[in-house]
Design a protein around this ligand. Structure first.
Ligand code: SF4
Length: 462
């Protein structure tokens, strides 16, 4: 690879883990494209194979390791010149093990230098670089650029110390991004799509702990994005349940582009377990937040997550969780099996007392209870007409989303395409007669909800 120029080289990025990693992968991609690197048409063809890793819990760690070995296998069998690099959370958390146990890796980069990845790679492998704005425009071949939404990162890291969480150790202290940096991310996003790319109708603001940005700063960002005509929806993700969320909710009255959606991980509802988790144990606040959101509009939807089987959780604590789910309208619920992680307070200092089998049993029980309440609420929405966002047209159907659902994690609405139209190109579809066949990704038609099955709706364009 010596003496090659960046324009002769291609890269592939494999992204694991949460939406925050997707944002960071985009930053790596921008940094490589800016220096003249090309995006590989398929992973095996890449000169540089980057894995943006996750190390949050055991399953994520296993997935990272198997992805690394898959990439190394490609290198060994098909592409010996390929450079394989591991980036992000896993490197930060297991740096010694990565160095000692996977010497085949060509390079590693931690969580603080995503935006410099292009420069770091060029330096390490002596690649000649050039500014290549054209590569940014041409990069709209990337699947993410065909989505009508974009994630923008508003902060990095976390200053809290939840007992089960390794993130502050991996991502470092909270570092908030000023409005200018969000504006820059927005400009990069548009450049990546090019003049004829899919329009961005929705912006999702992500960070590990969005509320710690402070209500004033969040408002500045929301106001700036609200002023952009092409953006229809602004969504905030990952709000730590502290009192400032109550003030934050006032913004919904001022900024109609904010979606009626709150993503607020409670993690548990038993004050005893919350204290053991080193999280605020005022569950009255959780109720206040839900009530305040529903006072803005009764159809405000709440997403939360609970960890099941945390050290010390007994049947009575679990019963509190069940009661809470039955007694409150939680619209989207993520249930996690507690994972005993070395390096976390709980993993190092607390004793596990619940078997994995029992954790799964509890999760299933909660899921059943939630599905029941969700079904009741969702079937009550049948017949409603809402403006929805077309996310995808493929496989004989249109996939849309309500404002109440976040991309790639919540419910969707599908509309089957007429039989003859389903195998045709978007241009063909546009010339056909029915409203469904004329739809394009990024459109926001008025759709009537027709039926609800487990966690998805069937709709019809009005
Ligand atoms: S707020 Fe979130 S990221 Fe921060 S320590 Fe708690 S769980 Fe981890």
């Amino acid at each position: 690879m010596n003496k090659k120029s960046a324009s002769e080289m291609s890269f592939h990025i494999e992204t694991l883990g949460c939406p925050k990693n997707r944002v960071d992968s985009r930053r790596m991609r921008t940094s490589l494209l800016n220096l003249g690197y090309n995006e590989a048409k398929k992973p095996e063809a890449a000169d540089i194979f980057l894995i943006n890793s996750c190390s949050f819990i055991r399953e994520a760690q296993e997935e990272t390791i198997s992805t690394v070995f898959d990439a190394l296998k490609i290198k060994e069998k098909k592409s010996p010149h390929m450079k394989v690099g591991l980036v992000g959370c896993f490197v930060e958390r297991f740096s010694d093990a990565v160095k000692n146990d996977i010497p085949e890796l060509d390079f590693t980069i931690g969580t603080q230098r995503y935006h410099e990845v292009g420069g770091l790679i060029s330096e390490k492998f002596s690649v000649e670089t050039a500014g290549h704005a054209a590569n940014l425009a041409a990069a709209s071949i990337n699947a993410d650029s065909h989505k009508p939404f974009a994630w923008l990162r508003i902060a990095q890291g976390c200053n809290r110390s939840c007992a089960f969480c390794i993130i502050p150790k991996i991502r470092g202290e909270l570092k908030t991004y000023p409005v200018d940096s969000i504006e820059k991310q927005w400009a990069d996003e548009l450049a990546l799509r090019g003049a004829h790319g899919t329009p961005v109708r929705e912006v999702v603001l992500v960070s590990q702990d969005t509320i710690s940005q402070g209500v004033e700063e969040i408002e500045r960002i929301v106001a700036q994005l609200s002023a952009k005509d092409e953006i229809e929806w602004i969504r905030l993700q990952y709000l730590f349940p502290d009192r400032r969320v109550l003030d934050l909710l006032d913004l919904w009255a001022k900024y109609p582009k904010l979606t009626p959606y709150l993503d607020i991980p409670f993690q548990h509802v038993s004050p005893e377990i919350l204290k053991a988790m080193k999280r605020p144990s005022d569950t009255g606040l959780f109720r206040e937040i839900i009530d305040r959101a529903h006072a803005i509009t009764p159809d405000f939807e709440i997403r939360t997550s609970f960890i099941v089987g945390f050290p010390g959780e007994e049947e009575k604590h679990f019963a509190d969780l069940e009661k809470f789910i039955a007694g409150h309208r939680i619209d989207k619920l993520a249930l996690f099996r507690y994972s005993h992680e070395a390096g976390t307070y709980a993993g190092d200092k607390l004793q596990e007392n619940t078997s994995d089998e029992e954790k799964y049993r509890r999760i299933n029980q909660l899921r059943e209870a939630h599905l029941e309440t969700r079904k009741q609420y969702a079937t009550g929405l049948i017949g409603r007409r809402e403006k929805m966002l077309v996310d995808e047209i493929a496989g004989g159907e249109i996939t849309l989303r309500r404002a109440h659902d976040a991309p790639e994690s919540d419910e969707v609405v599908t509309i089957p395409l007429p039989y003859r139209a389903s195998g045709r190109s978007q241009d063909d579809l546009a010339s056909a007669a029915s409203p469904a066949t004329a739809c394009r990704v990024g459109d926001m038609p008025l759709v009537e909800l027709k039926a609800y099955t487990e966690y998805s709706f069937l709709g019809e364009i009005v």
